[in-house]
Design a protein around this ligand. Structure first.
Ligand code: FE2
Length: 175
């Protein structure tokens, strides 16, 4: 069996700088590029999370109660995805953005101010946002594949599946 380069060494002393080096088969440049992709995803997740919560609060119309609960389920799913995305940035050795300003600067989605919104209008806005996110995530997956970052590629594939399910549920309400 061929032995591989020094990246397989595990002999660094505890506490030494080398002992905290990240040896996961991706160099710092690859990890940095993957993290940038995740940070852009994280920004849109925050906008979509807050928009969903805003509509959960400000919904009006005859199906208020069921839509109110329906949107609560969705923002809870988004909150979980947000946490996993930010922690994945950390796993790659980068620092996660943590302020609303950073998220707004990076996001491609636009936020909505708080005002009363009819159920069907809220559904239609959210469906369009989830679909837009899905299209962007597909591009991210292509880039991650080129970077050879299989773990993040798989993670983002899972995110797409979640958004696809939510978009389907929203679309079904519009029918
Ligand atoms: Fe609530």
């Amino acid at each position: 069996m061929k032995s591989t380069p020094s990246s397989n060494k595990t002999s660094s002393k505890p506490g030494s700088k080398d002992s905290t080096a990240i040896r996961i088969g991706l160099d710092a440049k690859q990890r940095g590029k993957s993290a940038e992709i995740l940070k852009a995803i994280l920004a849109n997740q925050h906008v979509l999370y807050l928009k969903t919560r805003n509509f959960h609060w400000n919904l009006v119309g005859p199906r208020f109660h069921s839509l109110h609960l329906f949107l609560e389920e969705q923002y809870q799913r988004l909150a979980k995805a947000i946490d996993e995305t930010a922690e994945r940035v950390r796993m790659l050795g980068e620092v996660s953005p943590g302020s609303m300003q950073e998220f707004l600067d990076e996001a491609s989605l636009k936020e909505c101010s708080g005002e009363a919104i009819h159920g069907l209008d809220a559904i239609s806005v959210l469906r369009a946002d989830h679909e837009s996110v899905i299209r962007e995530l597909r591009e991210s997956i292509d880039k991650l594949s080129d970077l050879g970052d299989a773990g993040t590629e798989d993670f983002v594939t899972g995110l797409i599946q979640d958004h696809e399910q939510i978009a389907w549920m929203l679309r079904s309400h519009e029918a």
